[in-house]
Design a protein around this ligand. Structure first.
Ligand code: PAF
Length: 281
């Protein structure tokens, strides 16, 4: 594994791989790697000759300074973790390297950044679009891999590729869960033991909501999920919405059940977790 901090060195190396007709898969991350990230890397390894991973805690996507400051940074452990999978290039830029001057780029993300995460974390998706566009223009991968836990982010990245004319295939990979159902996330390591015991209720409720959806209207189901989770005093639902999986607009009824997805954000003390569920049965 080659560890690179410098943009020029990275693009020269990738240029050489491509000149050699090798395909490039890319897994952008903010580090604190877990099995979810490893599943993306393994898929990239299967589908490409070369896999590039980036680790960069991107300041522009944090609308809350405290969240940015306490985001887990465990780079030495991450490098050790990556020794267990094939990783050809690990790119770890500094903030100065990615943001040498003020950015003026504007992205028309349509309605996709106005709802759910976009509504509750103003500016978040602009920051995501900004850093992902910089990374895509640098790595120019054939395929890029993202986890479906961040379902709205995947929709935004697909839109970004369309508006920026990137010829990159976006591969959305399924959520990887802990044995009690908790969706894997770098933020999980910030939970106290007591919080950790209680957060399993989020995925348990989402899973149970699929069964409940057979006998409830969409609005009854939304109320049910929120009250089940809020009944646990460690948990405080910020939003739960059931939306169309391409427009991200709220749905009113179950007529397009196969295109509906329930997305949730929950505060656990100062930690914020997200998850989602499909309503197939
Ligand atoms: O999903 C993440 O870890 C981040 O949002 C990403 C895509 C690496 C951009 O900083």
């Amino acid at each position: 594994m080659k560890v690179i901090n410098n943009k020029k060195e990275l693009s020269d190396l990738i240029f050489a791989f491509k000149a050699n007709k090798q395909t490039v898969g890319f897994v952008p991350t903010m580090g604190a790697l877990h099995e979810g990230h490893l599943s993306l890397i393994k898929k990239s390894n299967i589908e490409n000759d070369i896999t590039v991973i980036s680790i960069f805690v991107n300041p522009t996507q944090f609308n809350n300074k405290n969240d940015y400051n306490k985001y887990p940074r465990i780079i030495d452990k991450d490098i050790d973790t990556l020794k267990n999978v094939k990783c050809d290039i690990l790119f770890i830029p500094t903030e100065e390297e990615m943001y040498p001057k003020e950015d003026t780029k504007v992205f028309d993300l349509g309605n996709l950044d106005k709802v759910m995460e976009g509504k509750h974390r103003p500016g978040h998706f602009y920051g995501v679009a900004l850093i992902v566009s910089k990374l895509f223009e640098l790595v120019k991968p054939h395929k890029a891999y993202f986890g479906e836990k961040d379902f709205q982010q995947v929709a935004i990245i697909n839109r970004l590729c369309k508006i920026q004319n990137y010829e990159i295939e976006i591969i959305a990979c399924p959520i990887i869960r802990e044995s009690d159902g908790l969706a894997m996330s770098s933020r999980n390591m910030l939970l106290s033991a007591e919080q950790r015991e209680n957060v399993a209720l989020i995925s348990k409720t989402l899973l149970a909501s699929v069964e409940q959806s057979k006998s409830m209207t969409v609005s009854e189901l939304k109320e049910w999920v929120i009250s089940e989770i809020n009944s646990n005093h460690f948990l405080d639902v910020e939003y739960f919405d059931i939306v169309n999986d391409s427009t991200l607009e709220s749905i009113e009824d179950w007529t397009e059940r196969e295109h509906s997805i329930g997305c949730i954000a929950v505060h656990v003390g100062s930690i914020r977790l997200i998850d989602n569920i499909r309503f197939y049965f």
